[in-house]
Each structure stands twice: as C-alpha cells, then as structure tokens.
Ligand binder design. Structure first.
Ligand SMILES: [Cu+2]
Length: 358
C-alpha cells in the first residue's frame, strides 16, 4: 500500500511539474525562441553535457576503485580458484579497456561534432574495410575468451572420483542451517532419503544400509589442506546455494537431487588468518567494534567480542526468513589435525543407540 501511495505521489509531482513548465512557456514573451528545433545554444549545452557526463562517470569509477578495493576477495584458498581468478581478471581488464576507450570516444565525438548552424552533415554510405575491421576484431577476441572460459569451466567442473584420493563429504541444507556428513571406515556414504528423517536421524539416513551406520554427521566442516574434496549437496526443503567465496565455490542445493562440486583447499584457516590481507581487514573490523563497544558500555550493555577470521559456508539463495544467518564454520587444517578431529566424532550408529538408551 505504501509503495502504491509513493508511486501515486511521485506521478502527481511529475504531472504538476509538466503543467508548470507548460504555463511558463505560454507566459513567455512573444519575442522568445519557441521553436522545437535546436539552435546553436542548445547544441553547445548538450555537447558539453555529453562530455561532462563521461568525465563524471570515469571519475566515479576511479573513486570507487580507490575507495572500495579493500572489499575485493584476497588470493584464492583453493587450487582451481587461481584459474577462476585469472579468467575473471582477463575478462574484466578487456571489458574495461575497450569500454574506457569506446565510451570515451563516443562522448568526445558527440561533443566535438555537436550541431552548428553553418555545418552540413557529410553523407557517408558505408566502408567495407572499416566494417570488416570492427567485425573481425570482436569476433576473434570474443571467440578466444569464450574458448578459454570453456576450458577453465570444464577443468573446474570435472569431478572425477577415481582421480587422486578425494574425500567425499555430503553437505546437507535445510531451513536454516547446514550439516556435513563424512563417510566412515568404508569410505562410502550410506543411502539417505528425507522420508527417513526422525529423531536424531536429521539427515534421513537409511538404517537398513550398512554403509550409513558408520557415517558421521557434524555441524562444522573440517577439511584437510591440499586434499581434493568432493561435495555432494542435498536439500531437505527448498532451493539453497552452497557458497564458499574464499574457495571460489558456489553450487545450487536442489531438493530431490544431488548436485556436486569439488575443490582442493590450499590455505589453512591459520594461514589465511595470518595473511597480510586478513590481518589488516580484521584489525579494521575490530577498530569499528571497539568504537561501537564504547557506546554500548556507556549504555550499560555488553561490549562486542573481538572478531577472529574463519572460513564459512554460506547460503546464497534467499530461502526464507532466517536465510541471512544460514552458515557453517569451515576449518581447513593439516591432515593430522583433520584425522584427529574426525576420529572424535560420533558415528550414526552411536547416535541412534544413544537415542535408544535414552
Ligand atoms: Cu538457504
């Protein structure tokens, strides 16, 4: 309703301006230039505005880069992320350079050749050579970019379970949290179906499947560094999206099917925490928190805790009211630490027997 009223008000203001401009133009003295044809004064003004607009846009772009470059992601924490970033940089630099030149020329020529009373437009039908040049160059550049992109894409999306010694982890999404499932000694994830969800069996594991009994369901994702991880994604309810920006990974999580993505983490949580980028970022965040804490404690409230960096798995599909808070901590650590952590986790069998004895 509010939106509707705002639209009505804006429309009415528009109409009143239009009416006022009509009254003003009618009330002008008869000597004024009432012609609809642009004169030299109009052309001059519009030519200069054309130039001013492009200069303004360029200055704004430069300002944004200087002001907001700290919001870019740091170096990728996964193996394929390096290729992904390279493709992104090449595409963006190309687009930027071409756009900077062509847009600039377009506006500059609009200014330079703005209308003048004594000027007459040159009749210029076409030029085959020029047509050829500005067709063939984009064709070659774009074809190169697309082929390079396709190769990178197939490399990234190639999920070969036989290659290397991958760990298979299930990521399970539901409104509004994540669970991860690791296979046990048998290195095989057991069958699961949302129909079997009951009690502690929150992921609907199939109790008749022996592979499921030694699976481990956890709410913190631990990954050994430099080891290929294959993620099998499953959703309980609606569309979610598994988003791990530091690893340049994102995959839809779709109810009724299993989607997959694989990557090899290359930087442990500790290494990322100690990187130059993160040390600076975290200190900026903590400075802001300290400032806010001052106001909070003055009001008698509790001060904010110091922030420490951690990788997170986020949901990147607006999946409902608490979507914003749908996240799971990711810990990338050494193989030994990972093994020790996994050994401590309860198997599904232990979980259901604990429930039964309760
Ligand atoms: Cu979600």
């Amino acid at each position: 309703m509010t939106v509707f009223l705002i639209i009505v008000v804006v429309a009415l203001i528009g109409i009143s301006f239009w009416q006022m401009s009509k009254i003003l133009s009618l009330s002008q003295l008869s000597g004024a230039d009432n012609s609809q044809v642009a004169n030299d004064k109009d052309n001059n003004l519009h030519g200069k505005l054309m130039l001013a607009f492009v200069i303004f846009m360029y200055l704004l772009t430069i300002y944004c880069f200087v002001q907001y470059h700290t919001f870019f992601l740091p170096e990728s924490a996964s193996e394929h992320g390096v290729d992904y970033d390279r493709l992104m940089v090449i595409s963006m630099v190309l687009i930027f350079v071409v756009q900077f030149i062509t847009q600039g020329l377009l506006h500059f020529f609009a200014y330079k050749y703005r209308g003048k009373k004594e000027n007459k437009a040159l009749f210029f039908a076409d030029n085959d050579k020029l047509e050829f040049i500005w067709t063939i160059i984009p064709v070659i550049v774009l074809a190169g970019l697309i082929i390079y992109g396709l190769f990178t894409w197939t490399d990234i999306m190639n999920i070969d379970e036989q290659e290397g010694d991958p760990i298979i982890v299930e990521l399970y999404a539901y409104q509004f949290d994540w669970r991860a499932r690791y296979s046990g000694e048998d290195k095989e994830l057991g069958k699961a179906n949302v129909r079997f969800i009951e009690g502690v069996n929150t992921l609907g594991l199939d109790v008749s499947d022996s592979y499921a009994m030694d699976d481990k369901v956890v709410n913190e994702l631990h990954l050994p560094v430099n080891r290929k991880i294959i993620f099998k994604l499953r959703s309980q309810d609606v569309l979610h999206s598994a988003y791990m920006p530091f690893f340049r990974a994102q995959m839809n999580v779709v109810p009724g099917m299993i989607t997959e993505f694989a990557y090899t983490p290359t930087l442990t949580s500790e290494e990322m925490r100690n990187s130059e980028f993160m040390v600076e970022k975290v200190s900026t965040i903590n400075n802001i928190r300290r400032e806010k804490s001052k106001a909070l404690t003055a009001n008698g409230d509790e001060a904010l805790e110091n922030y420490e960096f951690d990788y997170y798995l986020l949901c990147n599909k607006i999946c409902g009211a608490s979507h914003y808070n749908m996240q799971m901590k990711i810990v990338v650590e050494s193989q030994e630490d990972y093994d020790a952590w996994l050994a401590e986790q309860k198997t599904f069998k232990e979980q259901i027997s604990a429930q039964a004895s309760n």
